[in-house]
Design a protein around this ligand. Structure first.
Ligand code: S3P
Length: 415
Protein backbone atom coordinates (compact mmCIF):
# COMPACT_ATOMS: atom_id res chain seq x y z
CA UNK A 1 0.00 0.00 0.00
CA UNK A 2 1.58 3.25 -1.12
CA UNK A 3 -1.38 5.62 -0.71
CA UNK A 4 -4.73 4.89 0.86
CA UNK A 5 -7.06 5.07 3.82
CA UNK A 6 -7.05 3.05 7.01
CA UNK A 7 -9.98 2.52 9.36
CA UNK A 8 -11.79 -0.33 11.06
CA UNK A 9 -14.72 -0.46 8.59
CA UNK A 10 -14.44 1.08 5.15
CA UNK A 11 -17.11 -0.57 3.04
CA UNK A 12 -19.12 2.68 2.76
CA UNK A 13 -16.15 4.95 2.15
CA UNK A 14 -16.19 7.26 -0.90
CA UNK A 15 -12.48 8.00 -0.46
CA UNK A 16 -11.08 5.71 -3.15
CA UNK A 17 -13.44 7.13 -5.76
CA UNK A 18 -12.76 10.73 -4.76
CA UNK A 19 -8.97 10.35 -4.56
CA UNK A 20 -8.60 8.57 -7.86
CA UNK A 21 -10.84 11.08 -9.63
CA UNK A 22 -9.02 14.15 -8.34
CA UNK A 23 -5.60 12.81 -9.33
CA UNK A 24 -4.71 9.73 -11.29
CA UNK A 25 -3.01 7.61 -8.68
CA UNK A 26 -3.59 4.36 -6.92
CA UNK A 27 -5.44 4.74 -3.62
CA UNK A 28 -6.34 1.71 -1.53
CA UNK A 29 -8.90 1.21 1.23
CA UNK A 30 -7.38 -0.92 3.99
CA UNK A 31 -9.50 -2.14 6.88
CA UNK A 32 -7.31 -2.72 9.92
CA UNK A 33 -8.41 -4.46 13.12
CA UNK A 34 -7.40 -2.62 16.33
CA UNK A 35 -4.90 -5.34 17.21
CA UNK A 36 -3.06 -4.85 13.89
CA UNK A 37 -2.75 -1.06 14.00
CA UNK A 38 0.57 -1.06 15.86
CA UNK A 39 2.24 -3.37 13.35
CA UNK A 40 0.93 -1.35 10.41
CA UNK A 41 2.21 1.97 11.76
CA UNK A 42 5.56 0.58 12.90
CA UNK A 43 6.26 -1.02 9.53
CA UNK A 44 5.57 2.31 7.78
CA UNK A 45 5.01 0.54 4.50
CA UNK A 46 3.30 3.54 2.86
CA UNK A 47 4.01 7.00 1.47
CA UNK A 48 0.77 8.64 2.59
CA UNK A 49 -2.41 7.54 4.35
CA UNK A 50 -5.70 8.93 5.47
CA UNK A 51 -6.98 7.79 8.82
CA UNK A 52 -10.59 7.36 9.77
CA UNK A 53 -12.75 6.06 12.61
CA UNK A 54 -11.69 4.86 15.16
CA UNK A 55 -7.98 5.61 14.74
CA UNK A 56 -7.69 9.40 14.40
CA UNK A 57 -6.32 9.73 17.94
CA UNK A 58 -4.62 6.35 18.21
CA UNK A 59 -2.14 7.19 15.46
CA UNK A 60 -0.74 10.27 17.23
CA UNK A 61 1.93 8.50 19.38
CA UNK A 62 3.50 7.09 16.19
CA UNK A 63 4.13 10.49 14.63
CA UNK A 64 7.46 12.35 14.56
CA UNK A 65 5.85 15.66 13.75
CA UNK A 66 2.28 16.95 13.99
CA UNK A 67 0.80 20.14 12.54
CA UNK A 68 -0.49 22.86 14.86
CA UNK A 69 -4.02 22.35 13.52
CA UNK A 70 -3.98 18.61 14.29
CA UNK A 71 -2.47 19.33 17.70
CA UNK A 72 -5.24 21.77 18.55
CA UNK A 73 -7.93 19.39 17.30
CA UNK A 74 -6.33 16.38 18.97
CA UNK A 75 -6.92 14.18 15.93
CA UNK A 76 -5.07 13.28 12.74
CA UNK A 77 -6.62 12.20 9.44
CA UNK A 78 -3.58 12.49 7.15
CA UNK A 79 -0.10 11.01 7.60
CA UNK A 80 2.80 11.53 5.22
CA UNK A 81 5.91 9.35 5.37
CA UNK A 82 8.82 11.73 4.72
CA UNK A 83 11.89 9.53 4.38
CA UNK A 84 11.02 7.38 7.36
CA UNK A 85 9.62 10.20 9.50
CA UNK A 86 5.85 10.40 9.94
CA UNK A 87 4.15 13.79 9.71
CA UNK A 88 0.48 14.07 10.71
CA UNK A 89 -2.08 16.72 10.02
CA UNK A 90 -5.84 17.18 9.89
CA UNK A 91 -7.37 18.07 6.52
CA UNK A 92 -10.95 17.76 7.85
CA UNK A 93 -10.25 21.22 9.26
CA UNK A 94 -9.66 22.71 5.79
CA UNK A 95 -12.64 20.78 4.42
CA UNK A 96 -14.97 22.20 7.06
CA UNK A 97 -13.74 25.75 6.54
CA UNK A 98 -14.29 25.35 2.77
CA UNK A 99 -17.79 23.92 3.40
CA UNK A 100 -18.84 26.86 5.57
CA UNK A 101 -17.38 29.29 3.03
CA UNK A 102 -19.20 27.57 0.15
CA UNK A 103 -22.53 28.01 1.96
CA UNK A 104 -21.61 31.63 2.70
CA UNK A 105 -22.42 31.12 6.39
CA UNK A 106 -20.96 33.80 8.63
CA UNK A 107 -19.55 32.63 11.96
CA UNK A 108 -17.62 35.73 12.95
CA UNK A 109 -18.92 37.10 16.25
CA UNK A 110 -21.75 34.55 16.26
CA UNK A 111 -23.12 32.14 18.84
CA UNK A 112 -22.49 28.62 17.53
CA UNK A 113 -24.03 25.35 18.70
CA UNK A 114 -22.01 22.26 17.79
CA UNK A 115 -24.13 19.12 17.98
CA UNK A 116 -22.24 16.00 19.05
CA UNK A 117 -19.15 15.32 21.08
CA UNK A 118 -17.16 12.92 18.88
CA UNK A 119 -14.11 13.40 16.65
CA UNK A 120 -15.72 15.76 14.12
CA UNK A 121 -17.04 17.91 16.95
CA UNK A 122 -13.43 18.62 17.96
CA UNK A 123 -12.68 19.78 14.41
CA UNK A 124 -15.79 21.97 14.44
CA UNK A 125 -14.72 23.63 17.69
CA UNK A 126 -11.33 24.65 16.29
CA UNK A 127 -12.93 25.75 12.99
CA UNK A 128 -15.56 27.87 14.78
CA UNK A 129 -12.86 29.42 16.98
CA UNK A 130 -10.67 30.26 13.97
CA UNK A 131 -13.63 31.74 12.10
CA UNK A 132 -14.14 34.14 15.01
CA UNK A 133 -17.18 32.66 16.78
CA UNK A 134 -18.20 34.70 19.85
CA UNK A 135 -19.61 31.78 21.87
CA UNK A 136 -19.33 28.06 21.19
CA UNK A 137 -21.46 25.45 22.95
CA UNK A 138 -21.09 21.72 22.40
CA UNK A 139 -24.44 19.96 22.68
CA UNK A 140 -24.53 16.31 23.69
CA UNK A 141 -27.05 13.73 24.87
CA UNK A 142 -25.03 13.39 28.06
CA UNK A 143 -24.03 16.36 30.13
CA UNK A 144 -20.36 16.88 31.02
CA UNK A 145 -18.07 19.78 31.90
CA UNK A 146 -17.53 20.60 28.25
CA UNK A 147 -21.08 19.93 26.98
CA UNK A 148 -24.62 21.12 27.45
CA UNK A 149 -27.70 18.95 26.84
CA UNK A 150 -30.22 19.35 24.03
CA UNK A 151 -32.85 20.71 26.42
CA UNK A 152 -30.34 23.25 27.80
CA UNK A 153 -29.60 24.31 24.22
CA UNK A 154 -33.30 24.93 23.56
CA UNK A 155 -34.01 26.52 26.95
CA UNK A 156 -30.98 28.80 27.31
CA UNK A 157 -29.51 29.24 23.82
CA UNK A 158 -32.49 29.85 21.58
CA UNK A 159 -30.59 32.96 20.42
CA UNK A 160 -27.97 30.80 18.65
CA UNK A 161 -26.92 32.04 15.20
CA UNK A 162 -25.36 28.91 13.70
CA UNK A 163 -25.81 25.16 14.21
CA UNK A 164 -23.14 22.65 13.12
CA UNK A 165 -24.24 19.01 13.26
CA UNK A 166 -21.39 16.56 13.77
CA UNK A 167 -23.55 13.63 14.95
CA UNK A 168 -24.59 10.80 12.63
CA UNK A 169 -28.29 11.49 13.35
CA UNK A 170 -30.09 11.73 9.99
CA UNK A 171 -27.46 9.71 8.12
CA UNK A 172 -28.44 6.84 5.80
CA UNK A 173 -30.20 4.49 6.53
CA UNK A 174 -31.96 6.41 9.34
CA UNK A 175 -32.69 9.43 7.18
CA UNK A 176 -36.00 10.31 8.85
CA UNK A 177 -34.21 11.34 12.05
CA UNK A 178 -33.07 14.83 12.97
CA UNK A 179 -30.83 15.80 15.91
CA UNK A 180 -32.70 18.99 16.84
CA UNK A 181 -35.85 20.99 16.00
CA UNK A 182 -34.67 24.27 14.47
CA UNK A 183 -37.97 26.07 14.98
CA UNK A 184 -36.93 26.81 18.59
CA UNK A 185 -34.03 29.01 17.33
CA UNK A 186 -35.51 32.08 15.66
CA UNK A 187 -32.18 33.91 15.17
CA UNK A 188 -30.51 31.12 13.18
CA UNK A 189 -28.75 32.30 10.03
CA UNK A 190 -26.84 29.14 9.12
CA UNK A 191 -27.01 25.35 9.48
CA UNK A 192 -24.09 23.09 8.59
CA UNK A 193 -24.53 19.31 8.57
CA UNK A 194 -21.41 17.22 7.98
CA UNK A 195 -23.52 14.24 6.78
CA UNK A 196 -23.19 13.61 3.02
CA UNK A 197 -25.53 10.64 2.61
CA UNK A 198 -28.29 11.67 1.99
CA UNK A 199 -27.38 14.83 0.08
CA UNK A 200 -30.00 16.72 2.09
CA UNK A 201 -30.73 15.60 5.65
CA UNK A 202 -33.95 16.34 7.50
CA UNK A 203 -32.01 18.97 9.42
CA UNK A 204 -31.04 20.94 6.31
CA UNK A 205 -34.46 20.40 4.73
CA UNK A 206 -35.99 22.00 7.82
CA UNK A 207 -33.47 24.85 7.57
CA UNK A 208 -34.51 25.41 3.94
CA UNK A 209 -38.17 25.51 4.92
CA UNK A 210 -37.39 28.12 7.57
CA UNK A 211 -35.40 30.18 5.06
CA UNK A 212 -32.05 29.53 6.77
CA UNK A 213 -28.87 29.04 4.70
CA UNK A 214 -27.70 25.44 4.95
CA UNK A 215 -25.30 22.90 3.53
CA UNK A 216 -24.57 19.18 3.86
CA UNK A 217 -21.14 17.55 4.06
CA UNK A 218 -20.27 16.27 0.57
CA UNK A 219 -18.15 19.30 -0.31
CA UNK A 220 -16.20 18.90 2.94
CA UNK A 221 -15.50 15.28 2.06
CA UNK A 222 -14.16 16.20 -1.38
CA UNK A 223 -12.17 19.15 -0.06
CA UNK A 224 -10.46 17.26 2.78
CA UNK A 225 -9.48 14.54 0.30
CA UNK A 226 -8.02 17.12 -2.08
CA UNK A 227 -5.94 18.75 0.66
CA UNK A 228 -4.71 15.32 1.79
CA UNK A 229 -3.64 14.58 -1.79
CA UNK A 230 -1.80 17.88 -1.90
CA UNK A 231 0.19 16.74 1.15
CA UNK A 232 0.77 13.23 -0.25
CA UNK A 233 1.89 14.25 -3.70
CA UNK A 234 3.39 17.60 -2.78
CA UNK A 235 1.25 19.29 -5.40
CA UNK A 236 -1.52 21.88 -5.70
CA UNK A 237 -4.93 20.71 -6.90
CA UNK A 238 -6.67 24.06 -6.74
CA UNK A 239 -10.22 25.26 -6.19
CA UNK A 240 -11.34 24.92 -9.81
CA UNK A 241 -10.49 21.23 -10.09
CA UNK A 242 -12.08 20.54 -6.69
CA UNK A 243 -15.29 22.34 -7.72
CA UNK A 244 -15.46 20.59 -11.10
CA UNK A 245 -15.10 17.20 -9.52
CA UNK A 246 -17.65 18.08 -6.82
CA UNK A 247 -20.20 18.99 -9.52
CA UNK A 248 -19.52 15.71 -11.32
CA UNK A 249 -19.99 13.75 -8.09
CA UNK A 250 -23.25 15.55 -7.28
CA UNK A 251 -24.52 14.78 -10.77
CA UNK A 252 -23.78 11.09 -10.22
CA UNK A 253 -25.45 11.00 -6.82
CA UNK A 254 -28.41 13.35 -7.18
CA UNK A 255 -31.80 12.80 -8.75
CA UNK A 256 -33.91 15.16 -10.80
CA UNK A 257 -37.56 14.93 -9.76
CA UNK A 258 -40.24 16.18 -12.15
CA UNK A 259 -43.49 17.29 -10.57
CA UNK A 260 -46.59 18.90 -12.02
CA UNK A 261 -50.15 18.48 -13.19
CA UNK A 262 -51.34 15.32 -14.96
CA UNK A 263 -50.52 15.68 -18.63
CA UNK A 264 -47.94 18.45 -18.23
CA UNK A 265 -45.28 16.32 -19.90
CA UNK A 266 -43.34 14.91 -16.92
CA UNK A 267 -42.80 11.49 -18.46
CA UNK A 268 -42.09 12.66 -22.01
CA UNK A 269 -39.66 15.34 -20.88
CA UNK A 270 -38.21 13.08 -18.17
CA UNK A 271 -37.10 10.49 -20.73
CA UNK A 272 -35.57 13.18 -22.94
CA UNK A 273 -33.73 14.80 -20.00
CA UNK A 274 -32.40 11.42 -18.83
CA UNK A 275 -31.17 10.69 -22.33
CA UNK A 276 -29.54 14.08 -22.74
CA UNK A 277 -27.78 13.96 -19.34
CA UNK A 278 -26.98 10.21 -19.43
CA UNK A 279 -29.09 9.51 -16.36
CA UNK A 280 -31.54 6.71 -15.58
CA UNK A 281 -35.28 7.33 -15.80
CA UNK A 282 -38.18 6.07 -13.69
CA UNK A 283 -41.86 6.99 -13.55
CA UNK A 284 -43.59 6.38 -10.20
CA UNK A 285 -46.92 5.58 -11.91
CA UNK A 286 -45.20 2.95 -14.05
CA UNK A 287 -43.59 1.46 -10.93
CA UNK A 288 -47.01 1.34 -9.23
CA UNK A 289 -48.55 -0.42 -12.24
CA UNK A 290 -45.66 -2.89 -12.26
CA UNK A 291 -45.95 -3.52 -8.52
CA UNK A 292 -49.74 -4.04 -8.59
CA UNK A 293 -49.89 -5.67 -12.03
CA UNK A 294 -52.94 -3.59 -12.91
CA UNK A 295 -53.76 -0.11 -14.23
CA UNK A 296 -53.87 3.08 -12.13
CA UNK A 297 -57.60 3.32 -12.92
CA UNK A 298 -58.20 -0.20 -11.54
CA UNK A 299 -56.24 0.61 -8.38
CA UNK A 300 -58.45 3.67 -7.80
CA UNK A 301 -61.59 1.60 -8.48
CA UNK A 302 -60.54 -1.13 -6.06
CA UNK A 303 -58.73 0.74 -3.29
CA UNK A 304 -59.88 4.34 -3.69
CA UNK A 305 -57.54 7.34 -3.55
CA UNK A 306 -56.36 6.55 0.00
CA UNK A 307 -55.27 3.04 -1.04
CA UNK A 308 -53.54 4.39 -4.13
CA UNK A 309 -51.67 7.05 -2.13
CA UNK A 310 -50.40 4.41 0.29
CA UNK A 311 -48.87 2.41 -2.56
CA UNK A 312 -47.51 5.60 -4.10
CA UNK A 313 -45.77 6.48 -0.81
CA UNK A 314 -44.22 2.99 -0.60
CA UNK A 315 -42.91 3.30 -4.15
CA UNK A 316 -41.46 6.75 -3.47
CA UNK A 317 -39.83 5.49 -0.26
CA UNK A 318 -38.21 2.67 -2.23
CA UNK A 319 -36.58 5.29 -4.46
CA UNK A 320 -34.70 6.87 -1.54
CA UNK A 321 -31.63 4.80 -2.44
CA UNK A 322 -31.51 5.52 -6.18
CA UNK A 323 -29.04 8.04 -7.51
CA UNK A 324 -28.36 9.77 -10.82
CA UNK A 325 -31.97 9.22 -11.87
CA UNK A 326 -34.69 11.38 -13.40
CA UNK A 327 -37.87 10.59 -11.46
CA UNK A 328 -41.24 11.52 -12.93
CA UNK A 329 -43.79 11.54 -10.09
CA UNK A 330 -47.58 11.25 -10.23
CA UNK A 331 -49.42 14.57 -10.22
CA UNK A 332 -50.69 14.12 -6.65
CA UNK A 333 -47.49 12.79 -5.07
CA UNK A 334 -46.59 16.19 -3.61
CA UNK A 335 -49.81 16.22 -1.55
CA UNK A 336 -48.03 14.24 1.19
CA UNK A 337 -45.14 15.94 3.02
CA UNK A 338 -43.67 12.50 3.60
CA UNK A 339 -43.28 11.95 -0.16
CA UNK A 340 -41.75 15.37 -0.71
CA UNK A 341 -39.19 14.77 2.04
CA UNK A 342 -38.27 11.33 0.66
CA UNK A 343 -37.74 12.76 -2.81
CA UNK A 344 -35.78 15.78 -1.61
CA UNK A 345 -33.20 13.81 0.38
CA UNK A 346 -31.30 12.96 -2.78
CA UNK A 347 -33.17 14.94 -5.40
CA UNK A 348 -34.21 18.39 -6.50
CA UNK A 349 -37.85 18.89 -7.37
CA UNK A 350 -38.57 20.75 -10.60
CA UNK A 351 -42.21 21.82 -10.98
CA UNK A 352 -43.14 21.82 -14.65
CA UNK A 353 -45.62 24.67 -14.68
CA UNK A 354 -47.64 24.40 -17.87
CA UNK A 355 -50.63 26.71 -18.53
CA UNK A 356 -53.94 25.05 -17.65
CA UNK A 357 -55.24 25.77 -21.18
CA UNK A 358 -52.60 23.41 -22.57
CA UNK A 359 -53.46 20.50 -20.24
CA UNK A 360 -55.81 17.84 -21.59
CA UNK A 361 -58.05 15.62 -19.44
CA UNK A 362 -57.84 11.89 -20.23
CA UNK A 363 -60.25 9.13 -19.16
CA UNK A 364 -57.45 6.87 -17.84
CA UNK A 365 -56.58 9.45 -15.15
CA UNK A 366 -59.15 8.94 -12.39
CA UNK A 367 -58.75 12.34 -10.71
CA UNK A 368 -58.61 14.39 -13.89
CA UNK A 369 -60.76 12.46 -16.30
CA UNK A 370 -62.68 15.50 -17.56
CA UNK A 371 -62.00 19.21 -17.94
CA UNK A 372 -63.83 20.29 -14.76
CA UNK A 373 -61.96 17.74 -12.65
CA UNK A 374 -58.66 18.85 -14.18
CA UNK A 375 -59.36 22.52 -13.36
CA UNK A 376 -60.42 21.59 -9.81
CA UNK A 377 -57.16 19.64 -9.28
CA UNK A 378 -55.17 22.58 -10.65
CA UNK A 379 -56.82 25.05 -8.28
CA UNK A 380 -56.39 22.73 -5.29
CA UNK A 381 -52.75 22.07 -6.01
CA UNK A 382 -51.07 25.01 -7.69
CA UNK A 383 -49.78 26.52 -4.44
CA UNK A 384 -48.50 23.14 -3.30
CA UNK A 385 -46.66 22.56 -6.59
CA UNK A 386 -44.94 25.90 -6.11
CA UNK A 387 -44.13 25.56 -2.43
CA UNK A 388 -42.74 22.02 -2.69
CA UNK A 389 -40.52 22.77 -5.69
CA UNK A 390 -36.83 23.59 -5.57
CA UNK A 391 -37.23 25.16 -9.01
CA UNK A 392 -40.24 26.18 -11.05
CA UNK A 393 -39.94 25.85 -14.83
CA UNK A 394 -42.53 27.52 -17.06
CA UNK A 395 -43.18 25.37 -20.08
CA UNK A 396 -45.60 26.53 -22.73
CA UNK A 397 -43.85 25.68 -25.98
CA UNK A 398 -43.02 22.72 -28.17
CA UNK A 399 -41.35 19.63 -26.68
CA UNK A 400 -37.95 20.91 -27.89
CA UNK A 401 -38.54 24.34 -26.33
CA UNK A 402 -39.74 22.81 -23.08
CA UNK A 403 -36.74 20.50 -22.93
CA UNK A 404 -34.47 23.50 -23.43
CA UNK A 405 -36.26 25.41 -20.65
CA UNK A 406 -35.83 22.55 -18.15
CA UNK A 407 -32.21 21.87 -19.09
CA UNK A 408 -31.40 25.55 -18.63
CA UNK A 409 -32.54 25.25 -15.01
CA UNK A 410 -30.54 22.07 -14.44
CA UNK A 411 -27.22 22.17 -16.24
CA UNK A 412 -24.45 23.95 -14.41
CA UNK A 413 -26.63 25.04 -11.50
CA UNK A 414 -27.85 21.76 -10.26
CA UNK A 415 -27.08 21.65 -6.54
C1 S3P B 1 -52.72 11.58 -10.20
C2 S3P B 1 -51.95 11.67 -11.33
C3 S3P B 1 -51.52 10.51 -12.10
C4 S3P B 1 -51.56 9.26 -11.23
C5 S3P B 1 -52.87 9.13 -10.52
C6 S3P B 1 -53.11 10.30 -9.58
C7 S3P B 1 -53.11 12.81 -9.52
O1 S3P B 1 -50.23 10.74 -12.57
O2 S3P B 1 -50.53 9.27 -10.29
O3 S3P B 1 -53.89 9.04 -11.46
O4 S3P B 1 -53.50 12.76 -8.34
O5 S3P B 1 -53.05 13.86 -10.17
P1 S3P B 1 -49.94 11.82 -13.79
O6 S3P B 1 -49.71 13.13 -13.13
O7 S3P B 1 -48.69 11.30 -14.42
O8 S3P B 1 -51.10 11.79 -14.68
Amino acid sequence: MIYGCIGEHLSHSFSKVIHSNLMEYDYVLREIAPKDLDEFLTKMDFCGINVTIPYKQDVIPYLDDISDIAKRIGAVNTIVNKNGKLFGTNTDYYGMIALIKKADIDINNKKVLILGNGGTSKTARVVATDLGAKDIYVVSRTKSNSCITYSEATDFHSDADVVINTTPVGMYPNIDASPIDLSGFPKLSGVVDVIYNPLRTNLTLQAEKLGIKSINGLYMLVHQAAVAEEFFLNTKIGEEKINNYYSKLVKEKANIVLSGMPGCGKSTLGKLIANKLSMNFVDTDELIVEKCQTSIKNIFDELGEVGFRKIETDVIKSLETVSGTVISIGGGAILKDENVESLKHNGKIFYLNRPIEQLVATSDRPLSSDRDALIARYNERKDIYNSTADQVVYIDGSIEENLKAVLEKIVGKFW
